[in-house]
Design a protein around this ligand. Structure first.
Ligand code: MN
Length: 342
């Protein structure tokens, strides 16, 4: 089988590898589509401290079960599945609190274990979620990043009278936006510094978009009649300065959801945070959100096709990464297409 292997920082290559055999409790999945994530780019450039090289990356995928390990019903062969990359022990403190995404022995496909940029991968059978008919393959490949969006909104909670501000109109920002609009129906403002990305946000249902390269955020909030500040802020940009600004602009009693992984500290003043009694919620990966996202997709509440900008044949992996890294105006979610090759 062919796999995209990161051999070390900045080195990725398509390699011929032995097809893996499913261990007890696992299924082997033949991959159909796999999405490229910002975190894959981080691993490629040596910026993920958890990864051990060489590693097959990729954790956003859909495919078909084509073999089962012992203890797994052979009836699962042929199922179309989306694979949750979060593998947890199930018994430590965070797992006992329903927080399997921060399991003390967390293993993430594509990070700690070989992932989905490969013709095949093995995963625990319970991580392979049946995708109902009616959800196209390419849409099903976005279930994982939508689960990331669902996790942060689950962490913060969403109230019917919230006014939300989403920082960043990249794939995760757009997916958070779609959850806030399609599931919760609240007013959502979206910021970015690229008009092309804001155009996507408008297409995904944003009530207003703000190009912060041209208009300072506080001015824009006044213009939009939100001078008291957004009550829910989601940071999908993840630059340390964003959290500082979010604390300044948020409404008293507001909640802030954070998805960043920067090691640079944010200067968040206690006075502002305590005066307004803000709540800060960090959100990592997802904890059991796949069934919820699959239901939302089935019900037509999400529009994954408005986030997927490109489908690139797996053999053109390098071009796909160039789109993600080098062309943020034209690209959003880029999928690798594993259609059978000659
Ligand atoms: Mn991802």
């Amino acid at each position: 089988m062919c796999s995209a292997v990161v051999e070390g920082p900045h080195r990725i290559a398509l390699m011929d590898r032995a097809r893996p055999e499913p261990a007890p409790g696992e299924v082997r999945v033949r991959v159909r589509y796999a999405g490229i994530c910002g975190s894959d780019v981080h691993i490629l450039h040596g910026l993920n401290p958890f990864v051990v090289y060489p590693r097959v990356i990729g954790h956003e995928l859909v495919g078909h079960v084509e073999a089962t390990g012992s203890g797994v019903s052979p009836h699962r062969v042929g199922e179309r599945v989306a694979v949750d990359p979060v593998i947890a022990c199930g018994s430590c403190y965070p797992c006992s609190m329903g927080r399997r995404n921060v399991c003390r022995q967390l293993q993430v496909l594509g990070v700690h274990k070989d992932g989905g940029f490969s013709d095949f991968l093995c995963a625990p059978a319970s991580n392979a979620h049946l995708v109902p008919e009616g959800i196209p393959d390419a849409s099903a490949a976005t279930i994982e990043p939508f689960a990331v969006a669902a996790n942060v909104t689950n962490r913060t909670g969403v109230h019917s009278n919230d006014i939300a501000l989403v920082y960043g109109a990249g794939p995760i920002g757009l997916m958070v936006l779609q959850v806030l609009k399609g599931v919760h129906g609240i007013r959502v403002l979206v910021t970015d510094r690229l008009d092309e990305r804001l155009t996507r946000a408008t297409a995904c249902g944003a009530d207003a978009v703000i190009n912060t390269a041209r208009e300072p955020l506080p001015e824009a909030l006044r213009r939009l009649g939100v001078e008291d500040g957004p009550t829910l802020v989601i940071d999908a940009v993840c630059h340390p300065a964003i959290l500082e600004e979010a604390v300044r602009v948020a409404s008293p009693g507001g909640r802030i959801g954070m998805l960043g992984f920067s090691t640079v500290p944010s200067a968040v003043p206690q006075q502002e945070t305590t005066r307004k009694e803000l709540s800060l919620f960090a959100s990592r990966l997802n904890s059991g959100m796949f069934p919820r996202v699959i239901d939302w997709m089935k019900e037509g509440r999400l529009q994954p096709e408005r986030v997927v900008s490109h489908q690139v044949p797996f053999a053109e992996l390098h071009r796909a990464f160039e789109l993600v890294e080098g062309d943020p105006r034209a690209s959003s979610k880029v999928l690798l297409d594993f259609a059978p090759r000659a």
